[in-house]
Ligand binder design. Structure first.
Ligand SMILES: [Ca+2]
Ligand SMILES: [Ca+2]
Ligand SMILES: [Ca+2]
Length: 509
């Protein structure tokens, strides 16, 4: 093990000698050497001198271009090319002075194994970025005000990962082409979207329409689509206005296989989840739709290939479900018996903050919107599809809650493991939480806010003796609201879980 660590350390040290850092700054010059002190002016120059394993750092500020930046160099899985925003800075690559034309993409990524991180790409005469290469990672980038789709993948682009990116306010002159993200036309297979947001694009949020490709697979996980089919000013656009358009083709025979996990579509003008005469498999796990023109537009399909399936499991809707093909495999969706969903099943149906800043690590903002309320019928009511879950079973919808409806998770022990209701309750600022144990045991007791975030560890795997125990909780530092407290008891000898219980309490200041 020590030898292995030493080897890694040596590799890292050698890398820092043999791989270069190349800098680009708005006040640099391409006659410079590209160092931190003497940066280049253009990304094109930096790319021209980069070798596999090198990192191009782009400094903050507005970088203006009126021609396409083409990136064609080919890295490898071990020696990638890196193009990163300089840490702590946010470069804006601004193509607004380009003429509107299909030829005027902003960045054309034709190479393989590039990792691009932290750029704003705006105003291009066509796509903000177009990817035709493979095995690239585009992370924490934003595409906006481009005059066609913000980020398009086609011309065989395969196995690319689009992570934590935003695409919004993209609009073409006819308004019927500009999507947020489009793995479409002659797209390759194995592309993956995670943690992305698409809003107010003139056509669709995400579009997988095929022309010149068939039987390819695209995966979307933890992605949001909202308000597509509206312009930046909120007026209705001339485009299609769907959230996730999974496929479709001119003759309605082509197959785009789509896997969607934990995706959220709301307030799109037409359909939230749209199959669009796609003939590929469409598998939706734990997706949520709300207040779209039609929430699920998955009806009216007949597969021409019997090997293909439409599957919806653990999906949720607030409002009418829309239309789903009668041959679809459906399990534990919120529109099926015994569920009867109302807004009370959710912590909030207020969309405030959905366009807000991301977390420092680039992940989506954590909002109460469409999270399940404590006590919702949809908690622990889903089917295990292999996604992680809390409690006795997966929840239904895009968010797994940190609480459980199984009031006592008694792991075959006598009933005298017990977590009592806190007193006083409501409280300010102190309250007492009691629990009883039939034997000496290791106890963890934590307090969670309504978003399920742990706010206090009252005790963390400490040994308590058999009998009745109490812990005083002082909430002086917390704001008013509903909190949950959860006990996890493990056996003193084997550290196996014996008991778990959650209770609610109310802090009123
Ligand atoms: Ca165009
Ligand atoms: Ca479209
Ligand atoms: Ca659960």
């Amino acid at each position: 093990m020590a030898k292995y660590k030493l080897l890694i350390l040596l590799i890292l040290m050698v890398r820092s000698f043999i791989f270069s850092q190349i800098y680009v700054s708005v006040d640099g010059a391409d006659t410079n050497s590209g160092t931190f002190e003497f940066p280049f002016k253009t990304i094109t120059k930096a790319v021209s001198v980069a070798n596999p394993g090198d990192t191009i750092y782009i400094r903050g500020g507005v970088h203006q271009y009126n021609t396409t930046i083409t990136i064609s160099k080919i890295g490898t899985s071990f020696n990638k090319y890196y193009m990163f925003a300089y840490p702590g800075e946010r470069p804006i690559i601004d193509f607004s002075s380009m003429v509107t034309s299909d030829a005027n993409r902003g960045i054309s990524l034709r190479g393989n194994y590039w990792h691009i991180y932290g750029l704003d790409i705006k105003g291009a005469g066509d796509n903000g970025m177009h990817i035709r290469g493979n095995y690239n990672i585009v992370e924490n980038c934003a595409f906006y005000e481009n005059r066609d789709t913000g980020l398009q993948l086609s011309n065989g682009a395969s196995n690319n990962q689009i992570i934590n990116c935003d695409s919004y306010h993209n609009i073409d002159p006819g308004e019927g082409n500009a999507d947020g993200f489009a793995p479409k036309m002659d797209i390759g297979t194995g592309n993956y979207f995670y943690g992305c947001r698409a809003w107010q694009n003139s056509d669709d949020g995400y579009d997988g329409y095929l022309r010149g490709a068939n039987n390819v697979t695209t995966t979307y996980e933890n992605c949001w689509a909202f308000k597509n089919g509206y312009r930046a000013d909120g007026s209705i656009s001339l485009g299609n206005g769907n959230g996730f358009k999974m496929g479709g083709s001119d003759d309605k025979t082509l197959m785009h296989n789509v896997i969607m996990k934990n995706c959220l579509a709301f307030d799109n003008r037409v359909k939230g989840f749209d199959q669009n005469n796609n003939k590929g498999s469409m598998i939706l796990y734990n997706c949520t739709a709300y207040r779209n023109g039609q929430n699920y537009g998955m009806g009216g399909i007949v597969y021409t290939d019997s090997g293909k399936v439409m599957t919806l499991i653990n999906c949720a809707v607030l409002g009418g479900v829309g239309s789903i093909w009668s041959g679809a495999i459906q399990q534990t969706n919120s529109w099926m018996p015994p569920f009867s969903v109302t807004s009370a099943d959710f912590v909030s149906i207020d969309t405030a903050g959905v366009r807000g800043p991301r977390n420092p690590d680039g992940s989506l903002p954590e909002l109460p919107f469409m999270r399940l309320a404590y006590g919702s019928q949809l908690i622990d009511a889903g089917t295990d599809v292999g996604l992680p879950y809390f409690g006795t079973a997966p929840d239904i919808g895009a968010y797994e809650s940190n609480y459980t409806n199984s009031i006592v998770n008694d792991y075959n022990e006598p009933i005298n493991f017990k977590l009592y209701q806190n007193y006083p309750n409501p409280f300010n600022p102190k309250t007492t939480i009691e629990f009883s144990l039939p034997e000496n045991a290791i106890v963890s007791l934590s307090v969670y806010n309504i978003l399920g975030q742990e706010v206090v560890k009252l005790t963390d795997r400490e040994l308590f003796t058999a009998g009745r125990n109490e812990i005083v909780f002082d909430a002086s530092n917390l704001i008013s609201g509903v909190y949950f407290y959860r006990i996890i008891v493990e056996s003193a000898e084997k550290s196996t879980k014996k008991f778990e219980q959650v209770k609610k309490m109310l802090l009123i200041k």
